[in-house]
Design a protein around this ligand. Structure first.
Ligand code: HEC
Length: 174
């Protein structure tokens, strides 16, 4: 291919990426568990992730995230992250929101001023029932978005790891 044509093709590609804003796209392969630290799974980049066994058994954090989500977030985002007329379907959103951005939005909240509406995502940075379980919420929603986790309470889950018990008591108590 002549150089000029190649350049135009690359430039067009870059423009397309820029117009999409974010290039982050999660999928089942990227979310695959690559390490296991006493029942807490991480992907190959070290970000928290879920694990779902052949028989549907989920890791502890995914199960915990299910419970937290359906007590703290479902009122706006719909049961199981399916969405509502008020707030986006997080079971879709998490396909394009990475771990760091998720933490930032949940801790700091967000208000969509551009559309002139009054829909506000509250800040949860001071709510222990949320911030002590950030990873749980993230892996649960990640499993809903890219892991084929069905709606509803996961029927089976791994035991609660000692590390989760320790982290919970120090976070909730401190
Ligand atoms: C009072 C209602 C309400 C509650 C409760 C709530 N949210 Fe939200 N959330 C919203 C609204 C509204 C938006 C969209 C804000 C915007 O348009 O900028 C949003 C946006 C988000 C986004 C960005 C989604 C996207 O597609 O860009 C994430 C992530 C999120 N919320 C996570 C959570 C989590 C996790 C919880 C529970 C800990 C939670 N929210 C609880 C109302 C809520």
């Amino acid at each position: 291919m002549p150089i000029r044509k190649t350049f135009l093709a690359v430039a067009a590609g870059l423009a397309l990426l820029a117009s999409q804003g974010s290039t982050y796209a999660d999928d089942a392969a990227a979310a695959a568990a690559a390490s296991d630290e006493s029942g807490k799974y991480a992907d190959k980049d070290g970000n928290p992730t879920f694990k779902i066994g052949q028989d549907g058994t989920v890791d502890w954090y995914t199960y915990s995230g299910y419970r937290r989500f359906n007590s703290e977030c479902n009122v706006c985002h719909g049961a199981d992250g399916a969405g509502s007329s008020f707030a986006p379907a997080l079971a879709e959103s998490l396909k394009s929101i990475n771990y760091a951005d998720f933490m930032g939005i949940v801790a700091g909240g967000r208000k969509n001023l551009s559309s002139g509406n009054e829909k506000v995502m509250p800040a949860f940075g001071e709510n222990k029932n949320v911030y002590c379980y950030m990873d749980d919420l993230y892996v649960y929603l990640r499993a809903r978005a890219v892991g084929d986790l069905p709606r509803g309470r996961p029927p089976k889950h791994e035991d609660k790891p000692d590390a989760a018990k320790q982290q919970e008591s120090s976070c909730m108590g401190g």
